[in-house]
Design a protein. Structure first.
Length: 431
């Protein structure tokens, strides 16, 4: 049986499983009581803070800024699990508003407003393995017109409150076992779950948001002292990250525009020696409009543009690049229609381009580039249905117009960009 046959066989059983779960939840569901842990604390339903997880409502954004608390609440412990066609879904944070029984979301210190959120998901391959581990600690303080706090995360942009930055941007789900474009900007997930960071944030007058953090390498599963030989990125000193955004509401309209970026000095595959440097500067935007004439359905737009400038001195001297200076540009945008809190069709466009380098992007089967170009371009369409608040049924299709520099024979071994198109089915349970 070939891979395609097995894949579609899995898809059939996933659809059958999804239909069975839907039948069970339809027959035995009761009026709103409970979903993830924050909803259990408050008695509120998930749509109080989420449009379509991980997208946040205005109340959800405020709640996350407050460290997943308003003033009090029971210690939140929550999780999620899913059975997709090939892999477990990426995480989505549980958000809501707690009652006033404690000072913090996670009651580690009764008099300190410290809260924490953890996420672990697993790839549903033949041998299940962790596919994502994120965490975010928050220490918020609300003073007059300022809301400020400190945070610690394991991935840049995890602390962000918008769905336009990489950690929570579209597409919100995706398979683990399929080819993806080789070139990725540092701030666009290249360091995810590979670093540890500490930073602070502030919101002024519910309009101007700013955040800054520093990150160090913290590779999972590495023995200490870490020789760095298994990682392409070993941060020297600290890597600064910055974020600024302005949000504005007017009637049924909401707009956010912002910027973010990161500077990294790294010794690839070593802890000392020659260095590569990366500077990412980015902009993002998010627009929401409530449609009263459509029973308060909502349409949302997100987008981001990332420009990366790099000097690959270490990679050049090892023969891994033909030039020292490089650049990489990434653009993504998406639109989603939220029919109540049940249906959410969405479509997005993405394109990455940059310096052509036949050493850095060398020909090799599947993941290489015949042309030496990092250019990849395509569309992702997603349809999500929530039969009840904590069960997600989703189907996603990704189509590549070009992949690693070309539409046909992109790897030099006869593989076309369209061979990497994928259909992804997901049944997710949040608990």
């Amino acid at each position: 049986m070939n891979i395609a046959t097995r894949r579609y066989g899995q898809a059939f059983w996933l659809v059958a499983l999804g239909a069975g779960l839907y039948a069970i939840t339809f027959l035995y569901s009761r009026s709103a009581s409970a979903v993830p842990s924050f909803a259990r604390q408050t008695g509120y339903t998930c749509n109080r803070c989420h449009i379509n997880p991980p997208e946040l409502t205005d109340e959800g954004r405020k709640f996350k800024l407050n460290g997943y608390t308003l003033r009090a609440g029971q210690a939140p412990l929550s999780g999620q699990t899913g059975k997709p066609g090939q892999a477990g879904q990426t995480g989505l944070p549980p958000i809501s508003t707690p009652p006033d029984r404690q000072k913090s979301g996670l009651d580690l210190l009764a008099y300190l407003p410290l809260s924490a959120w953890f996420e672990i998901s697993n790839a549903g391959l033949k041998k299940p393995q962790p596919s994502a581990q994120n965490w975010n600690f928050s220490l918020p303080q609300d003073v007059s017109l300022f809301l400020s706090g400190a945070f610690s995360t394991h991935s840049p942009t995890v602390e962000d409150i918008w769905s336009s930055t990489p950690a929570w941007g579209y597409p919100w789900i995706g398979p683990e076992g399929v080819p993806t474009p080789t070139a990725t900007a540092i701030v666009d997930g290249a360091l995810a779950q590979d670093v540890a960071g500490l930073g602070g944030y502030a919101m002024w007058h519910d309009h101007l948001y700013g955040a800054a953090a520093v990150y160090r390498s913290s590779q999972l599963g590495q023995s200490l002292p870490n020789a760095g030989t298994a990682s392409q990125f070993n941060i020297q000193g600290v890597a600064p990250y910055w974020r600024a955004a302005w949000q504005q509401s007017s009637g049924n309209n909401y707009l956010e525009v912002g910027t973010y970026g990161m500077h990294v000095v790294s010794t690839p595959l070593a802890v000392t020696g020659l260095r590569d440097t990366f500077t990412d500067t980015a902009m993002d935007w998010q627009y929401e409009r409530v449609l009263p004439q459509m029973a308060n359905d909502m349409i949302t737009f997100h987008g981001t543009y990332i420009h990366e400038s790099s000097n690959l001195t270490a990679t050049f001297n090892s023969g891994g690049a033909r030039f020292v200076p490089h650049h990489l540009d990434t653009f993504r945008t998406d639109v989603a229609y939220h029919a109540g809190f049940r249906f959410a069709p969405a479509i997005g466009y993405f394109v990455t381009s940059g310096t052509t380098d036949s050493n850095l992007y060398a020909p090799q089967p599947l993941s290489g580039s015949q042309t030496g170009s990092p250019r990849s371009q395509g569309f992702t369409a997603n349809f999500t249905y929530w039969p009840v608040m904590n069960i997600r049924l989703a189907a996603q299709y990704t189509r590549y117009l070009s992949f690693n520099g070309s539409g046909t024979n992109y790897d030099g071994a006869g593989r076309n960009a369209g061979d990497n198109n994928s259909v992804y089915l997901l049944v997710g349970v949040i608990f």
